[in-house]
Design a protein around this ligand. Sequence first.
Ligand code: PNS
Length: 218
Amino acid sequence: MEHIAIYPGSFDPVTNGHLDLIHRGLKIFDRIIVAILKNPKKQFLFSLDERMEMLRVSLNGSPLVEIDSFDGLLVDYAAQRGASAVLRGLRALSDFEYEFQMALMNRRLNREIQTVFLMTGMRWIYTSSSIIKEAAQFGGDVKGMVPAGVNERLIAKFSRPVDRRCAWTVSGWIFGNFRCSAGWWRPKVFPRRQHSSTSPSRPSAAMSRTLKPISDVG
Ligand code: PNS
């Protein structure tokens, strides 16, 4: 009998930690189905197609790993695919409560499907898709934490909007401070700020008369 495990998740994007878990999972199971949850309520950085494509490329067409997507209950999908187990990775203690809750709920829903946890490899213990995205968003180097193709996509995703924003800022500054006249861009000449008699920074003549210099004050 073939032992199939479902490795479910968001994979937004796939990390080297995920790949490590898949490779180690293949030492236990004959086949692994990596299943991405279609969740219209959640906002993802990458579309479902992009996430599936990144997984496919990263796994280099391994015949023992299938990439798929699902909606609805995980245990229903697992049963439908003939899988006997759900594979999940555990990093730090912080993962435990959520994973424990999910495993118990899945067990309640279908007692034939077992959840198998593998400890994440030491190298990946502090990495997650979310923290990697956050670092990449602000220009952090995440090379070595994600497959090379994913790194390129992260750079492309985050560099475009920043460049556009930068271009708008520069052009806004040019249009705000320069004007085009007779084919030349010349600095705009702003009128000098006049202090009005009502300006709080300068006392009016009437007020000055009533104010005494500090040294005169009793
Ligand atoms: O990578 P993630 O976001 O931690 O994966 C969560 C996932 C997809 C495994 C989980 O949300 C899931 O299995 N959803 C399917 C709906 C379901 O079966 N819910 C009941 C068990 S909690």
